[in-house]
Design a protein around this ligand. Structure first.
Ligand SMILES: CC(C)(COP(=O)(O)OP(=O)(O)OC[C@H]1O[C@@H](n2cnc3c(N)ncnc32)[C@H](O)[C@@H]1OP(=O)(O)O)[C@@H](O)C(=O)NCCC(=O)NCCS
Length: 333
């Protein structure tokens, strides 16, 4: 390399994995005061996948990661960095990424987790982008993997209907090019003033784990649904525009928006505000619900499989998550 070489982060491979068990809205009707009709019309969700007792964020991530390497035709030994984006790590530590490293045999990789909850994957991409553009690393595996079913209160109809489990992985590869190519840019933000919008309040370092906190349900997701909804629409819209402006592009240049799959009505409101027609917006929320950090990579993979992302396409990713965190990225394929 010479000092003028421009490194771009190209998507070399992708993989996904969702657990076999499916929990439908009709299943939830049996134990909750809810209805399939309410869930579909308020969220767009019809069913979600639920991890089995021998599954965890690392086992889902391993499956997705292996598939991404195979599709990229890259051997595990060639991976330099593994970033696992998760808010449902297997255990407190070591990082879930270390279990994934072991599972896929990426013996030369440094592996660690990041926590930006539903925004995790785009935050992970922003790190991978810097590693690759700096010229320091060639292959970065970014995995979003979640077992939300373990941290939802299945008796709370206002939250449990929303979430599901799954994993998605993207292998980013360094290529030398002067053309706009691969991950064009990523844009990330946080607002800790809104940390109580979506929160699992149970303490670890703060109070230690206590029986009282467990009994009071503090290790389950609590959410201010309506405030989160409004913040999601505002922030996803703003950051999408920021990503486009940064690259001198307009919404007309976008081939496909792949938004975080949290609520169909949030996605409709964001894309309406941006003036992007619904045929340019990918949704698979009906099958998976909100799989947090796994939502975006699962959706990108399925959009590619459906032929909606082809060489030359421009994809806009937009996310929001607990923190509050939000972000966007543009990928030129
Ligand atoms: C959670 C969410 C679907 C609730 O939808 P909403 O239209 O805002 O509904 P509200 O919270 O105003 O509740 C309306 C009514 O439905 C009821 N309700 C809530 N969940 C229900 C359910 N699963 N089934 C039936 N009724 C339900 C409420 O109790 C309330 O009843 P009330 O009017 O008698 O008090 C919506 O706020 C949302 O999606 N927010 C964003 C959540 C999110 O995406 N979080 C993750 C971001 S990464």
């Amino acid at each position: 390399m010479n000092k003028h070489t421009q490194f771009k982060a190209e998507v070399a491979g992708m993989g996904i994995y969702v657990p076999a068990e499916v929990r439908t809205n009709a299943d939830l009707e049996k134990t909750l005061d809810t209805s399939d009709e309410w869930i579909r019309t308020r969220t767009g969700i019809c069913e979600r996948h639920i991890a089995g007792k021998d599954e965890s964020s690392s086992t889902l991530g391993i499956q997705a990661g292996k598939m991404a390497l195979e599709s990229a035709n890259i051997s595990p030994e060639e991976v330099d960095i593994i970033i696992v984006c998760t808010s449902t790590p297997d255990i407190l530590f070591p990082a879930t990424a270390c279990f994934v490293q072991k599972g896929i045999g990426a013996v030369n990789a440094a592996a660690y987790d990041i926590s930006a909850v539903c925004s995790g994957f785009v935050f992970g991409l922003s790190i991978a982008e810097q590693y690759i553009k700096s010229g320091r690393y060639r292959h970065v595996l970014v995995i979003g993997s979640e077992t939300n079913s373990r941290i939802v209160d299945w008796s709370d109809r206002s939250t449990c209907i929303l979430f599901g489990d799954g994993a998605g992985a993207m292998l980013l590869k360094s290529v030398e090019s002067d053309e706009p190519k691969g991950l064009l840019s990523s844009h990330i933000h946080s607002d800790g003033e809104k940390s109580d919008f979506i929160i699992v309040p149970g303490g670890i370092g703060k109070t230690g784990v206590s029986h009282t906190a467990i009994d009071e349900g503090e290790y389950f997701i609590k959410m201010a649904g309506s405030a989160t909804f409004k913040a999601a629409v505002k922030r996803m819209t703003e950051v999408s525009q920021e990503a486009l402006d940064f690259n001198g592009l307009s919404t007309e240049d976008v081939t496909l928006v792949v938004p975080h799959q949290a609520n169909r009505r949030i996605i409709d409101a964001v894309t309406d505000k941006l003036g992007i027609p619904s045929e340019k917006v990918f949704m698979n929320i009906e099958k998976y619900g909100n799989t947090s950090a796994a939502s975006i990579p699962i959706a990108i993979h399925e959009a590619r499989e459906a032929g909606l992302i082809v060489p030359g396409s421009l994809t806009l990713l937009a996310v929001v998550g607990a923190g509050l965190t939000w972000g966007a990225a543009l990928i030129k394929w």
